[in-house]
Design a binder for this molecule. Structure first.
Ligand SMILES: [Zn+2]
Ligand SMILES: [Zn+2]
Length: 361
């Protein structure tokens, strides 16, 4: 598979997308370039790339016809800058060359049917992500010391993860049983009056931005919990945003997640209708029907800073939403530090106990 490097037009150094400036920056000659300038410059390269890709795919298909589609193995590519071998997993779409630090974008993995519709570029920089992480750690006492080591923290990686997003319009109708309960007391007698209502509602309901991760090989809780993202700030997908970051290609198709997502939308739609029935103490659905009038699925790449930490054979993923800074994380607890605290407490109790004993002497 062919690859694209994004290089500074001035000095040839690695060119990366700069979240602070929302421009492309070269760290070597300190130049900044407008989004459009770089995208136009590389549009031609990307087009050539995808053609080369097609030719390559045809050749691949001929040589390995029995191989299942989508069942790609970890693959080694040659870095276009230094010629070193870049090792990727089956879903890697963008990475950095380990040897020359040049961003490498595996164009073919995000073209044709794998081309994302939208992307939200990073607006939280690596420095800011690290500050956020350390800020959170400062308030936690029992973290293992190595967790906040400079070497460990530097491993934080900006990754574009793939997600499905769905907007739907449904025509729905509901019949429900509503109850209103009134109690009062006259003299010594308490009265309860239960009024029962038959409620009907029908209408068009629009549900937007229902999402599901499109990558099964990553922690689902983490991928879902870094939400929400503001999709109104999304850009039309361009490969150039990936420069300097990692990106993953989806391994969950629409058909894999559709049933679960549709069930969720159905629930939201029913809820939306029930929300138009205020003032009841209890509402029970008796009949519900809907049909989907409009359904729009999009495939999106969304920015997340990820730091994983292995502690006592357990992996602790920590993630920061690359657009809003919202965090998600499971934190390890250092048994050593806990033990130390208990030891200190025991000493204090011992001293207090001794003092108490002395006082009573
Ligand atoms: Zn430069
Ligand atoms: Zn290289």
């Amino acid at each position: 598979m062919a690859t694209v490097n994004y290089k500074c037009p001035n000095c040839g150094g690695p060119l990366t997308f700069n979240p602070d400036k929302q421009q492309f920056s070269c760290e070597y000659c300190m130049s900044d370039f407008e989004e459009k300038f770089i995208q136009d410059l590389y549009a031609e390269k990307e087009a050539k790339e995808s053609q080369a890709e097609k030719a390559e795919k045809k050749a691949e298909q001929k040589s390995a016809e029995q191989k299942d589609e989508g069942e790609e193995e970890a693959v080694v590519y040659t870095c276009p800058s230094c010629g070193a071998e870049v090792v990727t997993t089956a879903t890697t779409a963008a990475t950095t060359c380990f040897y020359c630090q040049n961003p490498v974008v595996l164009g073919g993995r995000l073209s044709e049917k794998f081309a994302p519709d939208r992307i939200i570029p990073f607006s939280i920089s690596k420095d800011k992500a690290i500050d956020t992480f350390l800020g959170m750690c400062r308030k936690k006492w029992f973290l293992p010391k190595a967790f906040t080591d400079k070497k460990q923290v530097e491993k934080i990686a900006g990754v574009y993860f793939p997600y499905w997003y769905v907007d739907e319009q449904r025509n729905a109708s509901i019949e429900a049983r509503g109850e209103k309960v009134r109690t009062w007391t006259t003299g010594k007698t308490e009265y309860t009056e239960t009024s029962i209502y038959h409620i009907e509602r029908a209408g068009d309901v629009i549900i937007k931005n229902v999402f599901e991760r499109a990558l099964k090989s990553e922690d689902r809780d983490m991928l879902q919990s870094v939400h929400p993202f503001d999709l109104s700030q999304a850009h039309k997908f361009s490969m150039s945003y990936l420069a300097g970051f990692q990106a993953e290609k989806r391994d969950l198709e629409k058909s894999d997640v559709q049933e679960a997502v549709e069930a969720r939308i159905r629930r939201y739609t029913e809820e939306a209708l029930k929300n138009t029935m205020p003032g009841y103490d209890k509402i029970e659905t008796e009949a519900y029907n809907d049909k989907t009038d409009l359904s729009a699925w999009t495939y999106n790449l969304l920015p997340v800073w990820v730091l994983t930490y292995k502690y006592k054979d357990k992996i602790f993923p920590y993630a920061i939403n690359g657009q809003t800074g919202k965090t998600y994380g499971l934190l390890p607890t250092s048994k050593g530090k806990l033990a130390l605290l208990f030891a200190i407490l025991a000493v204090i109790f011992f001293i207090i106990g001794t003092l108490g004993g002395m006082l009573f002497l």
